[in-house]
Design a protein around this ligand. Structure first.
Ligand SMILES: Nc1ncnc2c1ncn2[C@@H]1O[C@H](COP(=O)(O)OP(=O)(O)OP(=O)(O)O)[C@@H](O)[C@H]1O
Length: 262
């Protein structure tokens, strides 16, 4: 018996004016997979994430999650359906506490009504308490619970990156999209982050797509990799297949890249 993929991207693309930033992309991602999305600068990786999360509406093709079409849905609706993400440039509420950053993400899913919030009904307080408890649990996974009252902007860079992932997870996604989560981290932080990604994938039953420039890192943890160049998929397969693919080698020529075994 074959099971349907969690995410299916069929010929998706987007055109900005005369520029086809992404074109005819096909992807099938199964539940539980950890997938790499790589490609040279400007290849269209972030644009793909923007298509998957409703930031941009595809001008061609179709995107579906668990068989449900996502084209045209607003980003918050797509989050509710189960896709959340982090950004290449960290996007936190910098003036809020670490805890509040995670709680804000919960609020987008909260069941309590505007009525119960405005009139401060018991159900409102109960849900608030539960939310806070859950937020602290999330923070502890990322070793940030001890910093819950710290203002987000005061965290060192590596911890801000981890907080961003915690926040994305608070939306209880099925599919987590990580856009260069290790950008700006030192090698030690990067190693720790990769362990953390492997850990949260198991703990929260996640499917993950990871954009990352560090090839060694991608090759080390991803089972399958999609490679984009000039907005088009040029290769897809396991790390070994991809690192030896002539089109991939050609696309990366001129870029400093280390494809040695991780
Ligand atoms: N809103 C937009 N309007 C016009 N062009 C855009 C827009 N968003 C992306 N592009 C173009 O689409 C192409 C792909 O950009 P994208 O940021 O997706 O690449 P990338 O692979 O993520 O690059 P990098 O690795 O440098 O982050 C680029 O040529 C970019 O200029």
């Amino acid at each position: 018996m074959t099971t349907a993929p969690l995410l299916r991207v069929s010929g998706a693309g987007i055109q900005f004016g005369g520029l086809k930033a992404v074109s005819d992309v096909h992807m099938e991602v199964n539940e539980g997979e950890l997938i790499g999305l790589i490609g040279p600068n400007g290849a269209g990786k972030t644009t793909c994430f923007n298509l998957l999360t409703g930031v941009y509406m595809p001008t061609e093709g179709e995107i579906s999650l668990e068989g449900q079409r996502l084209n045209g849905l607003a980003p918050f609706k797509i989050t509710r359906k189960g896709i959340s993400r982090t950004f290449q440039n960290i996007r936190l509420f910098k003036e809020l506490s670490v805890l509040d950053n995670v709680k804000v993400a919960y609020h987008s899913l909260a069941r309590h009504s505007m009525f119960s919030s405005i009139f401060r009904l018991p159900s409102h307080f109960k849900e608030e308490r539960e939310m806070e408890q859950k937020a602290i649990e999330f923070l502890s996974v990322f070793d940030l619970d001890g910093l819950k009252d710290e203002t987000a902007k005061n965290l060192p860079y590596g911890q801000q990156r981890r907080l961003e992932i915690a926040r994305a997870l608070a939306a209880e996604p099925k599919l987590l999209l990580l856009d260069e989560p290790a950008a700006g981290m030192n090698p030690q932080e990067t190693m720790e982050l990769m362990d953390l990604i492997a850990f949260i994938r198991e703990k929260f039953d996640l499917t993950i797509i990871l954009i990352e420039h560090d090839m060694q890192l991608v090759m080390g943890i991803c089972e399958r990799i999609y490679v984009l160049d000039h907005g088009q998929l040029i290769a897809e397969g396991d790390p070994n297949f991809v690192r030896n693919h002539p089109k991939v080698i050609e696309a990366y020529l001129g870029e400093e890249v280390d494809t040695d075994d991780a």
